[in-house]
Structure formats: C-alpha cells, structure tokens
Design a protein around this ligand. Structure first.
Ligand code: CA
Length: 445
C-alpha cells in the first residue's frame, strides 16, 4: 500500500536549520531524504545522512551520540555502517518511527541539538563540505521501458507504421543492466568506444561513439527483498520500495543500433549510469501520489497479478523532472545551464509497484539496495521528451543553445544535469537535488 500522509508532511513545520525554511529549497523538513556521505578529506567511513536545507544531519553520529535510543537503537546502528543496504531493508513502521524522530530533532521547537553547540557542530555538515557515494552495494540493476510515449517515439523511428510492439500494453518491458558501472552524481563519464555500422557501409568500425545521448529516468531502491521462488504480490509491492532517486541512463545510440538485435541493450548502456545521491523515501512522497496511468479506451486492463485497487488509485507519482545542459563554451561564457526538457512521472504507463511485481513474478529474488529504473520518462509534448534522440528527431532537428552552439547529441565537455521536484497545493515543495555528469573524451585505442 502507498504510505499515508501524516504529521511529518505538515506544511507549517519549520526547522531550526534556517536554510530548510527557504521556499525554494529541495530539502525542507518535510522531505528528509537519505544519502551515504563522508566529510571531504576527513578519511572517515561513509555513513547515512539526511538532507536538511543546505546541511546534512549525520545519522551515524546521531546513533553514536545516543540520540536514536529505545526501539530506534538497532536502526540507528545501521546508520553508522558504510552502506545503506541494511537500513533500506528495515522498512515499515520502524522506518516511519525513524522519520518521525528525525523530523522531531530538526523541528524549530526542539532544543536537543539546536541548543547544544557541540552536537550541532559534530552532527551537521554543510553539503559543500561533503562527498557522496553510491548508497550501498547495488547488487543488481534493472531498467524498464515504462513510458508509452517514449516507447512510441522510439518505435516510430524504426517502424513508422507500427511503432508500439504488440506486447507493450500487456507486459512491463525491461532489461538487466550492469550494477558495476553505476556512478554517483558528479563523476565524469568517459565517452565509450564501440562497434558501429553506418547505413551504407559494408562493414562496421570500432571507435568513439558519435551519437551519445542521455535518458531522463527515476529509479527506486529495493527495501526488503523476496526469497528466490517467492513472488511479491501487487498489494504488498510498495513495502519493498525504499525510495527514489534520479537516474541518467547514458546511451550510445550508434552502438545500440548495431548491437541490440536480438538480445537488447548491452555495451551501448553499461559504460555508465549516473544516479543522484539523495534518495527521497516513499514516506516523503506520500502527498504526491496519484492514480496509475489512465489507460485510454481500447487499451487492455492490466492482467490480474498487476492490478489492485490501491495501485489503480494511488500507484502513480507526480514528480517533475528536468534536464539541463552546460557546455564547455557556456561555462567559459558564464552562462547558466540551459533546460532541454521538462517531463513528469505521471506519464509512466506502468507504476513502480507493477514493475517490481512483474520483476519478481517468475520467482526472481530482489534484494535490498537493488536499483530498478523506470525507463526514459517522456510525455505527450515535445518539451516533455526525455532524451535527445526524441528532442532532435534522431539528430535531424538540432537544438540551439544560448551560447550560439547547436546540439544534435552530447559532445565532449558537455555536462548533463537532471533535477526533480514535487509540488502540490497545501504541501511543501520537496526536491531530489541534482544528478550531474560531464562527458570526457573517449580513450584512444
Ligand atoms: Ca533507459
């Protein structure tokens, strides 16, 4: 079941951390996303932290200072570890208690940390003085293909008369990605080399990809897992979702085009996948739940194992997603990042719960901290298309940037920046922070 709205979402809550009360912050006291971080240059082990305004509350430190006592002691101990796997696994009421406790400690009226200069100095770290890590040991990574608009746009390029494959509206399509090359926001991404085949060439060539693209996605981390052979049912699927992050599924379209048949994406995708450091929990997102995608008349209803009332009524998420570009020349000219697209997860044909349910339906075991991504989030309008291959119509309609440059695809020195946020009347805006990656030149063979 989707989590419920409670007192931690009260829009009138304020924090004694002043920057958290800025109406524009991604991280008000109503959000409280988790990340794995360490103080830059300290040599300390990474630990769990929660974002509050421009600061990080060191949860590992809270545990060591005895601030997470009683029934929260054992969950506090998991915050001191150098991976969030075991914290993610906790789930349920215990995680809700942890959220309530963090909200209480950061509340403007709570003097526990606020009035203790030693605790304040030791437990609060400016984000600018922190480094971030992948949240844990990501054992497996799966990428779905859940936007019907994206699937249709891409399908049209290859099969203009019959863009959507006959299985699309019945079965959530996905592929197994590569967990080893998932990198945290800010990590430079090297342009991949690979084998490509030009239209009229007689043989393929090997070299740097010339058609490098991004894909704007959200991903979720698995909370508690399931035993091999024991599927997760749709009505409990949300209990297995810890929280969401931003995902850039970098894609080398020329490599992809030559290699994808018959087994799907391989080296076109697994050279790098960038994720944002902050994981916004499903608890935090309770106010931004919406019905599952409204299937147009004539579309089949989901098969029974992918359908339940709670999923139909509140299975969707209303998350705004944006992609910006900052080229080398734009940086030289002091220009701000330029927005390429703006979409929303409401355009996903399948809900995250349906993806997780389908993934485990054959008995496949999912484990805490597995990453499952949505696929490119594209909507019905041009602006809401979540990749350059769509925005530029396969490179035939280049985009014009404020620097006077144009782009068909990503060039060396370009930085791609993704942002996400949720807004709803009567609630505080919450955000995901950023997912950034700059492309560096390919290795010279
Ligand atoms: Ca993808």
């Amino acid at each position: 079941m989707p989590t419920k709205i409670n007192e931690t979402h009260d829009p009138d809550l304020k924090s004694w951390v002043e920057s958290a009360n800025d109406p524009e912050t991604d991280f008000p006291i109503q959000n409280l996303p988790f990340a794995l971080f360490a103080r830059k240059g300290s040599g300390e082990m990474p630990r769990a932290g929660v974002a509050i305004g421009e600061l990080i509350l060191d949860l590992g430190g809270c545990h060591e200072s005895g601030l997470l006592g009683g029934s929260l002691w054992h969950v506090g101990a998991r915050c001191s570890l150098d991976q969030l796997n075991s914290l993610m696994e906790v789930g349920g009421e215990t995680m809700l208690s942890l959220r309530r406790r963090i909200s209480q400690m950061l509340n403007a009226d709570c003097d526990e940390i606020r009035d203790d200069s030693h605790l304040r100095d030791s437990l609060l770290v400016p984000m600018s003085e922190a480094e971030f890590f992948e949240p844990g040991d990501i054992g497996d990574y799966t990428d779905f293909y859940a936007s019907v608009y994206h699937a249709t746009n891409i399908g049209k390029m290859f099969r203009p008369d019959n863009p959507l494959m006959p299985n699309y509206k019945w079965v959530p399509i996905g592929y197994h990605g590569r967990a080893s090359s998932i990198v945290i926001s800010g990590t430079p991404v090297r342009r991949p080399n690979g084998q490509t085949m030009d239209d009229h060439a007689s043989s393929p060539v090997f070299g740097p990809s010339r058609i490098l693209d991004y894909e704007m996605e959200v991903g979720f981390f698995v909370s508690k897992g399931n035993e091999l052979g024991t599927p997760v049912k749709i009505d409990t699927a949300e209990d297995h979702i810890f929280g969401l992050c931003l995902v850039n599924d970098w894609s080398a379209r020329d490599i992809q085009r030559w290699e994808y048949q018959p087994l799907g994406p391989f080296l076109a995708k697994n050279f790098a996948t960038t994720i944002s450091p902050w994981i916004v929990t499903t608890q935090s997102l309770a106010p931004y739940r919406i019905p599952a995608f409204p299937r147009p008349a004539g579309d089949p209803a989901p098969l029974e194992y992918l359908d339940c009332v709670a999923n139909r009524e509140r299975g969707g998420f209303d998350i705004n997603l944006e992609v910006y570009i900052l080229t080398h020349q734009m940086r030289e000219q002091g220009l701000a990042p330029y927005r390429l697209s703006a979409g929303n997860t409401s355009h996903l044909y399948w809900t995250l719960a349906q993806m997780l349910t389908h993934h485990s339906s054959n008995g496949c075991d999912l484990r805490p901290c597995d990453l499952i991504a949505s696929g490119t989030v594209s909507g019905p309008t041009k602006e809401s298309q979540g990749s350059l291959i769509e925005l530029t119509s396969r490179g035939s309609e280049p985009l014009h940037l404020p620097s006077g440059e144009h782009r068909k695809f990503i060039q060396d020195g370009d930085e791609v920046i993704m942002r996400g946020y949720c807004e709803r009347e009567g609630f505080r805006k919450v955000g995901f922070g950023e997912c950034r990656g700059i492309i560096t030149p390919a290795i010279d063979y």
